[in-house]
Each structure stands twice: as C-alpha cells, then as structure tokens.
Design a protein around this ligand. Structure first.
Ligand code: KG4
Ligand code: ZN
Length: 338
C-alpha cells in the first residue's frame, strides 16, 4: 500500500499543534500549550497569536523529528482555516501556505469543528469508530454543539449554545469559587467527593436542541455572594458539595439535550469530543445512557479530544483521498459553517 504522509497544523485558539499522520495513523502529535493565559483567567487573543508565532516552527520540527520523516516526504499539508481567533488562525494558515508552496504539495483547509468530530476516525487499535449516522456532541471551552453526522463531510448542526460554551460555565464558576484557571478539571475533582443534591442550581429554559449557559453562571455568582454574606467560609466548608451540585446540573443539561436529539433523529450512536469530554461525570452519564436508553457511546483518546493537530491531520487525509485541495487564495475565517 502506498504511504500518504500528511502534516496537520492547528492554531485556532491557545494551543499550537503539529501532527504527522501516515494513512490515518498518528506518528506524532506535538502540542505547545500557552501557559501565559493562566494569569489572566482566560485566553488573551493578542498574546495567543504572538505565542503561536514563536511556537510554530519548533513544534513542526519536533513533529517531523518524532515521526522520523523528512519534510520532503510529506504528501499534503492540512491546516485549521477556522473557526477560531483571527490572529491565531493567521499564523497557522500563513505557515501552511508557505510550506505547501515551498514543497510544491497540496494544501488542504480544515474546519476545526468538523475535525473535533472526525477525530473519531484516527486509526487507533483500542478505539472503535462510530458507524454512520451518529450524533456528535462537541463540548469544550469554546464550543457546545450537537451535530448529526451522516458521512465524513455530510453533517448538520442540530443544536448549539446561544451564549457561553459549557467549558466556560465550568471555568467561570470555578473563578467565582476562587479556583485557578482552567477550573473545569478541579470542579470535576471536588465533585467526586461531594453530594450532587446538596444545592440546587436552575436549569436554563432553552428551546429545541440549543443550550444557554450564561444564566447558570449568573445564578452561581448570586448564590456565592448570598452564601458568603451569611458565612465568609461557606465556599471552603462546602466546596465538594457545591462542585458536585453544579456538575450534576451541567451534566443534566447536556444529557437532556442528547436524549431529545436521539429521540428526534432515531439515532442511538453518540460520540463526544472537546476538552469537557474528559469530565468523569459526563462519561458516567453516557455509560448510564447505554444501559438506560440503548445508546452506544464513543469517547476518543484524550489527546484527540482537546485541541490538537492529529484531528486536523485526519481530516487532511480524508480530503486528500478525495483530492479535495484548496489553493493559495484561501484565507483564514474566524466564523465558518460546515
Ligand atoms: O478542548 P479544550 O482543551 O480547549 C478548547 O476550549 O477548545 O477544552 C478546554 C475546556 C476548559 O474549559 C476546561 O475547563 C474543560 O475543557 N475541561 C473540563 C475537564 N477537563 C477539561 N471541564 C470539566 N471537567 C473536566 N474534567
Ligand atoms: Zn476546539
């Protein structure tokens, strides 16, 4: 069999990443995460693009080195065209164009949201690939979407957030509790030790399959302010119960919409992706869905759920097989639909 080597480049937010894939199998997947944003409690776009500029050459060199190939062996270059932060996307886009031009090989543009979903098709022995059609739920610090996936490039967004992403609900609540950024993994950690029914947070009323998390954040703020007035040590004394209750509410919101989407479409295969899919509560809830509703659920390997270039590379490979290339006139786009 012919060997097709694809370089994937991801720079849509605050991770600079490069991966080499051979026939859909990952040979390397290097991610440089930007620590600089921690002290600001969120991603600062201007600082992100500067850090991408510094990281991109060493990250690509490292990916080639770890894969044990020379750049002259590459067959195509795939890059994230959008959606994402414009200044960040520009770095990856410009670099991909220049390198494709220098090596005279095909350039392949990739939609970041499609890549989160198609990450399930990276060749991995222990991980099953979902059969079509399936429902994909992408949950991270930047995205909250439910997508009906009929084929690799035939997919439709059937629900999405109208305001904050679910990861923001975790991170902003954590900030209110005085936890460091990003607080999602910490809420998960404390939640394991607490009572999920200790406190009641309101579930937003949003129609169809859409989500809204900004109201939840506001109620977490009012709840915290009120309780702190009564007892200045309220958070420390109840952190586990608060985290367990909040996580319970968020998971209920996600699972309710999945149940609705599954009922509406008649599809029982559910694949998740994005950083929040690391959450132990959501994983347990999906397992429960397998028993309760006959779902078959798919969770990719952790390194392919958060922002990474391997997922860009797999889309690049699938598009390479179709000869779906782009040309040098391509520009980054901060907002794009499928
Ligand atoms: O996919 P990702 O690394 O970056 C993007 O936002 O694109 O996702 C990061 C998000 C953050 O909001 C982080 O708090 C959240 O994923 N996260 C978690 C957990 N691990 C990461 N949220 C809840 N529980 C977790 N275990
Ligand atoms: Zn992402």
């Amino acid at each position: 069999q012919q060997k097709i080597y694809i370089l994937g480049i991801e720079s849509s937010c605050d991770d600079t990443s490069a991966a080499i894939l051979c026939n859909g199998k990952v040979l390397s997947n290097v991610v440089a995460s930007q620590k600089i944003h921690e002290q600001y409690g969120g991603v600062v776009p201007e600082l992100a693009s500067r850090a991408h500029q510094q990281n991109i050459v060493p990250v690509i060199d490292q990916a080639l080195k770890q894969a044990g190939i020379d750049k002259k062996q590459l067959d195509g270059i795939a890059f994230t065209r959008g959606p994402g932060l414009m200044g960040s996307l520009l770095v990856g886009t410009s670099f991909a164009k220049s390198l494709a031009l220098a090596l005279d090989i095909p350039l392949i543009d990739v939609n970041h949201m499609q890549a989160h979903i198609l990450a399930h098709f990276i060749e991995e022995e222990e991980f099953d690939k979902p059969e079509f059609p399936f429902l994909a739920m992408t949950i991270s610090g930047g995205h909250t979407q439910i997508v009906k996936v009929d084929n690799y490039f035939d997919m439709e967004v059937i629900g999405e957030t109208l305001d904050d992403a679910v990861g923001e609900a975790f991170d902003k609540s954590a900030k209110i509790f005085g936890l460091p950024y990003p607080g999602g993994p910490l809420i998960d950690k404390y939640a394991k030790l607490g009572n999920p029914k200790a406190f009641l947070f309101p579930k937003p009323k949003v129609g169809e399959l859409n989500f809204s998390f900004s109201g939840l954040k506001t109620s977490v703020l009012y709840f915290t302010q009120k309780k702190l007035k009564e007892n200045p040590n309220f958070i420390e004394e109840n952190l586990n119960d608060i985290c367990a209750s909040l996580q319970h509410t968020i998971i209920n919101i996600l699972v309710d919409k999945l149940k609705k989407a599954s009922k509406q479409t008649g599809i029982k295969r559910i694949a998740i992706g994005g950083g929040v899919s690391a959450n132990s509560g959501i994983r347990a809830a999906l397992k429960e869905g397998e028993h309760k509703f006959g779902w078959k659920t798919f969770v990719p390997k952790f390194e392919y759920t958060t922002d990474n270039a391997a997922m860009i590379g797999i889309v690049g490979y699938l598009k390479f097989l179709k000869k779906d290339f782009t040309d040098m006139s391509v520009v980054a786009k901060s907002r794009i639909k499928f």
